[in-house]
Design a protein around this ligand. Sequence first.
Ligand code: PLP
Length: 294
Amino acid sequence: MATRFALIIEPTASDDTRSDFTSTLTQVDASAPALSVGELSTQRGDGIFESIGVVDAHPQEVTAHLERFVRSAEICDLPVPNVEQWRQAIAAAAALCGPGEWVIKTILSRGVEHGPTPTAWVTAADAPDFARPRREGVAVVTLDRGFSLDTPARAPWLLLGAKTLSYAVNMASLREAHKRGADDAVFVSSDGFVLEAPTASVILRFGDVFVTPEPTGGILHGTTQLSAFAWLEEQGYRTEYRDVRVDELGAADAAWLVSSVRLAAPITRIDETSAPVDHELTDALNAYLLSPRD
Ligand code: PLP
């Protein structure tokens, strides 16, 4: 996934009501150095981000991503992003994307230590080819996330509901999954509930009811899961947010990992046990997820 374009943003106050933010966006050479060595995003992973899927230059679900971006900033005590400014930055980056699938990242860092402002930028890269996991699915292992469902409420400083730049744990979990011969992981809480995957939300099907874990349990509220639930409801299915016990994973009629760029990947195996795959629904869901969505 090569980054092709980058725009540095001069972040402005969230209540700045100007209509045109073009003068605050500067395109820079994506292959040249652009950040100070004192950046807290690189030194401590202290910042937040969003990864937005782009299909044929249309950025998907921008509003939902920006809502989560604002929520992440609030959780991390970062200056609240000006939503209109970021919307225009995303539109400017999307205009640079060619046909096919791309990924735009919005990044807000705490900036340089004792510096005057946070650092902000947007990148656009071509997306990896995810045709195979979408069609053939992913084998997952369950991995202990090391906290219980009530931890986020007891310890908000863990920033569990924020999409922070600190993804070292998420990447380590993927490496552990690969070592165990799987493609991906499903995190479970220490008290035995399903959470999320390192880079995706989990959706389970029980008959005509689709279930996802409550996003209060220290997981991100996935924009793809939200969009998938809206589509499933339009198709006449019921959807439910609730606590999901780990043993329910194996009892589901089908299950998926869903995320903005890979979209819906059906789960084919959970630990040592094969899982049933609903190919027809997966294809229909991915066709919907690839259509322009706002
Ligand atoms: N959970 C985690 C930890 C993620 O990193 C992601 C996406 O990157 C998701 C869930 C799914 O979120 P979305 O559907 O908005 O991509």
